[in-house]
Design a protein around this ligand. Sequence first.
Ligand code: HPA
Length: 272
Amino acid sequence: MKLIDKLNETLTYLQARGVGKVDLGLILGSGLGELADEINSTVRIDYANIPHFQKTTVTGHAGCLIYGELSGKQVLLMQGRFHFYEGYSMAEITYPVRLMTKLGARGLIVTNAAGGVNAAFKPSDLMLISDHINYNGQNPLIGENAEAFGTRFPDMSAAYDKEYRQIAKKAASQLDIDLVEGIYMFFSGPSYETPAEIRFARTIGADAVGMSSVPEVIVARHSGLRVLGISAISNYASGMQGTLDHSEIISITEKIKPKFKELIKQILEELD
Ligand code: HPA
């Protein structure tokens, strides 16, 4: 089945359930999905019921699509995302971004938990993503180009919108939240990186590492969506301190949640 036909089926399903025009899409990572509780006049649908959606398989990642009003914007929010390490194809992972585009989204906010590579970062910091390194070797745009969405060779020289970043910095300072800034490097996972890989990541310019977001951002940029990315630094990356454990990462993101929610809401107020 062609992408466009799948999208039309999904759209028909969602529209029948009250999903309307979207200003901004949000994809919320590990443990950060609670923001959805603050959305007004909510439509909430489990991924399992949505045609052509996948299921999330990871603890700490819910699987719910939520539509409604937040900070004066119509948002379509993914509470939990699909990861490459779950065995999904790049097309499956990025399908919701195509959907957001079809619903009219002008911008996409991606959030994730990430390991801090920059020695100046500490767990519980929030990092504004200034750029990424797609180290995964895969690209979600490989294959026949979806001409209806964008060009064969999309520009990535300003993937993370400069104005959105300015807005995020201003919002953080208004709320007295420290917001560091840096480059996010995408590893496929699910194993965490080795200390040698982290030294390599630092050497080539990464400030944080994680297992998500980059595919969605590439697809969003293919269609000209403006992108804002925020990483919740949940741990020192491999080799920088002790061993890594998913449950510890979840518990740090729990702590970050309140300031993270406030920041995103404030940013949404200011975005156009
Ligand atoms: N590495 C990769 N992904 C992650 C990490 C990490 O250290 N922390 C949270 N997600």
